[in-house]
Design a protein around this ligand. Structure first.
Ligand code: CMP
Length: 322
């Protein structure tokens, strides 16, 4: 039989055990809340992608038919048909609205935090920051109505809004968030309703400014790429429209000194033209043996051409190293 003292001791132990379990439950509940939050955030991102998939696909067809030469890469951009050329756009003066360094930083960070806009060039982000003008709404105002034609993209500086779709709440958003970008980027109607939960301060940019910034950068890049392609001796005989198609699909990639561009035996799917720097071509004749130096390539030289001839190319036995 245990004494009273033994029983008190056992009780103390049980109480301590319970306390530790409670602490563990609290910890797990916190972890669960964080996971729930992450799931909710990812679900929202997924919903946003879903809402624009259809219009975006339609746009691709429309764009292919109307403006094959105006294809854009790596950045979300409205595919609205346009008759602008670089001359028209270089004369457009964009409005400028003064703002504090903190507001500029907030807008820039909001754009970089947005999945649909984070791949814009920094120069484009800078232009968007300069063009944005202040807008204010009181509590319980409707800023965006689902199904409407949209003309503004917003960045929230202060306050809180609620996003709903078909009357179901999707999320709330606070300062440093972009909204209203989908209708402008994908040229579709507003995919959700955005209402204020408090007084809000926003920055806004209109569709026309936004698209001028997008197209101007695209056209400037296209002109730059055309000039570069024309300077490559191998392409001298090519017609302007062929060069233009090449310029459309050209993408700039940077490699560090000593980095491998193509490894021997790797599947090739890219054709490279050197615009700056020097590349060494080597080949390993024996597996894991010393690579044998074959030649050097410089500005205007190209490699990886077999990738263009044969999609399933299995490597031409050479390695290209900067
Ligand atoms: P837009 O479609 O132009 O107008 C409504 C905006 O609500 C939309 O752009 C997005 O910025 C935002 N939005 C739409 N769906 C979601 C979602 N699932 N989660 C968060 N924001 C969304």
């Amino acid at each position: 039989m245990g004494t009273l003292r033994d029983l008190q001791y056992a009780l103390q132990e049980k109480i301590e055990e319970l306390r530790q379990r409670d602490a563990l439950i609290d910890e797990l509940e916190l972890e669960l809340d964080q996971k729930d939050e992450l799931i909710q955030r990812l679900q929202n991102e997924l919903d946003k992608y879903r809402s624009v998939i259809k219009p975006a696909t339609q746009q691709v067809h429309k764009q292919t038919e109307l403006h094959e030469q105006q294809r854009t890469k790596r950045q979300a951009i409205s595919a609205e048909p346009t008759a602008f050329d670089i001359q028209d756009l270089s004369h457009v003066t964009l409005p400028f609205y003064h703002k504090s360094p903190q507001s500029k930083e907030l807008i820039k960070e909001a754009i970089l935090d947005n999945d649909f806009m984070k791949n814009l060039e920094l120069s484009q982000i800078q232009e968007i920051v300069d063009c944005m003008y202040p807008v204010e709404y009181g509590k319980d105002s409707c800023i965006i109505k689902e199904g409407d034609v949209g003309s503004l993209v917003y960045v929230m500086e202060d306050g809180k809004v609620e996003v709903t779709k078909e009357s179901l709440k999707l999320c709330t958003m606070g300062p440093g968030k972009v909204f209203g970008e989908l209708a402008i980027l994908y040229n579709c109607t507003r995919t959700a309703t955005v209402k204020t939960l408090t007084n809000v301060k926003l920055w806004a940019i209109d569709r026309q400014c936004f698209q001028t910034i997008m197209m101007r950068t695209g056209l400037i890049k296209h002109t730059e790429y055309m000039e570069f392609l024309k300077s490559v001796p191998t392409f001298h005989g090519l017609q302007e429209d062929i060069l233009s198609k090449l310029a459309d699909v050209l993408e700039e990639t940077h490699y560090e000194d000593g980095e491998y561009i193509i490894r021997q035996g790797a599947r090739g799917d890219t054709f490279f033209i050197i615009s700056k720097g020097k590349v060494n071509v080597t080949r390993e004749d024996v597996p894991n043996g010393e690579p044998v130096y074959l030649r050097s390539l410089g500005k205007g030289d190209w490699f990886g051409e077999k990738a263009l001839n044969d999609w399933l190319w299995n490597g031409d036995g050479t390695t290209y190293k900067i």
